[in-house]
Design a protein around this ligand. Structure first.
Ligand SMILES: NC(=O)c1ccc[n+]([C@@H]2O[C@H](COP(=O)([O-])OP(=O)(O)OC[C@H]3O[C@@H](n4cnc5c(N)ncnc54)[C@H](OP(=O)(O)O)[C@@H]3O)[C@@H](O)[C@H]2O)c1
Length: 250
């Protein structure tokens, strides 16, 4: 690939997004990755991609701030022109997110709204804002979660909004199919990242015991699936949710 195919990955500074940025570059995509609170981590990802011979740009983005998305689109257009000399995107990964472990009885309205803004409203309006830049035949991947299928204690609003994102995925696929744009979601099971404070030994042992393959997943294992969905290897996969969990609670 000539790196004229460029993808945006939100939350590309750490965890699954960072590994997806590196894998996408390894497979020949140019990468625009975003960061929120950790610019230095994003710049480390860019440096790793460049050291391996790829091209990447890191841009600031708060997915909860829908009013900033028009400016973000202008930043993306600028990066496309300056770094790759192209005007269109070939893919978008709505990956940015955070976790909250708290029973429904104690969740505040502010906590609820915060999760809603990042996990459902953000992907909705960010994808809308970037739609004019997405070329016909491009691929969108939305990160949801196996907690949409398994009612894991303490993650109700998070899981409910991820469930909403799975539904939105099918509606996007339907509306944009005429442009050849594919839209799928990936639902990881427990993955070794810093989400929700990360895994301690006891929690990891519990999650491993609930997983058919007997361990938690690694972010690279999710990144490979996301990147395959971005590529034409998955050209006939559309409007699907793919759980990537090693068989979590089956
Ligand atoms: N890990 C799991 O077990 C698991 C399971 C199911 C689903 N998922 C989903 O997979 C996705 C990635 O999670 P992860 O495990 O890789 O998490 P992570 O390691 O905690 O990384 C989260 C990423 O999202 C970014 N981010 C957080 N809040 C943001 C905001 N308001 N605006 C923009 N960016 C924001 C962070 O950027 P900064 O660091 O720059 O702030 C970071 O790059 C999330 O959507 C998560 O819900 C994860």
């Amino acid at each position: 690939m000539s790196q004229s195919k460029v993808v945006v990955i939100t939350g590309g500074s750490r965890g699954i997004g960072a590994k997806t940025a590196i894998e996408a570059s390894r497979r020949g995509f140019g990468v625009i990755l975003t960061y929120n609170a950790h610019p230095e981590a994003a710049h480390d990802v860019v440096a790793a991609i460049e050291a391996a011979g790829g091209k990447a740009v890191a841009l600031a983005l708060n997915v909860a701030a829908a009013a900033s998305f028009a400016d973000f689109r202008a930043d993306v257009q600028d990066a496309l022109a300056k770094t790759w000399n192209v005007s269109h995107l070939s893919g978008l990964v709505n990956n940015a997110g955070y976790g909250l472990f708290q029973p429904i009885a104690t969740v505040t309205e502010a906590q609820f709204d915060g999760l809603f803004n990042v996990h459902l409203k953000g992907p909705f309006f960010l994808t809308q804002a970037l739609l004019p830049l997405l070329e016909n035949g491009s691929s969108i991947v939305n990160l949801t979660s196996a907690t949409t299928r398994v009612a894991t204690a303490g993650v109700a609003p998070y899981a409910a909004f991820k469930g909403g994102l799975q539904v939105l995925t099918r509606y996007m696929a339907k509306e944009w199919g005429e442009r050849g744009i594919r839209v799928n979601s990936v639902s990881p099971g427990p993955i070794r990242t810093e989400l929700g404070g990360g895994l301690n030994e006891d929690f990891e042992a519990l999650l491993s015991s609930q997983t058919a393959l007997g361990r938690v997943g690694e972010p690279e294992e999710v990144a490979r699936v996301i990147t395959t969905l971005l590529s034409q290897d998955s050209g006939w996969i559309n409007a699907q949710d793919l759980e990537v969990s090693g068989g979590y609670v089956v």
